[in-house]
Design a protein. Structure first.
Length: 116
């Protein structure tokens, strides 16, 4: 395992809840927010998730993160408009194109958006 056993780390807290609600009520609380958007940040499979990937949702994520916090978003497809929205929300954005399986398979996108 690359990550070891993160659930044994005393700093880790697992919460089962609506991620949008957690983000909306947080302020400078999280070191990282990691989202996996199945088909892209357009809410294609679950339109109720559109709020997470809108400018308002991304601004909420920005404020939920600590000053050195990072928002990471995985997507099956590129989305230049989403990159622009992340920047409008105040993030410094890196876009990484990666392969699904150790250098093989389909290409995916991971946005790493930092407050710093």
């Amino acid at each position: 395992m690359c990550a070891g056993n993160p659930l044994s780390d005393s700093r880790v807290e697992v919460t089962i809840s609506d991620v949008g609600e957690l983000i909306n009520r947080a302020a400078d609380e999280y070191d990282a927010i990691i989202l996996d958007v199945d088909n892209g940040p357009e809410g294609l499979t679950h339109p109720e998730n559109d709020d997470l990937y809108s400018l308002v949702g991304l601004e909420a994520a920005y404020h939920a993160l600590r000053k050195t916090g990072v928002l990471a978003v995985w997507s099956a497809t590129p989305a230049p408009r989403f990159t622009a929205l992340l920047k409008r929300a105040g993030f410094k954005v890196e876009e990484h194109r990666v392969r699904a399986h150790q250098g093989k398979g389909s290409r995916h996108v991971i946005w790493v958006a930092s407050r710093d």
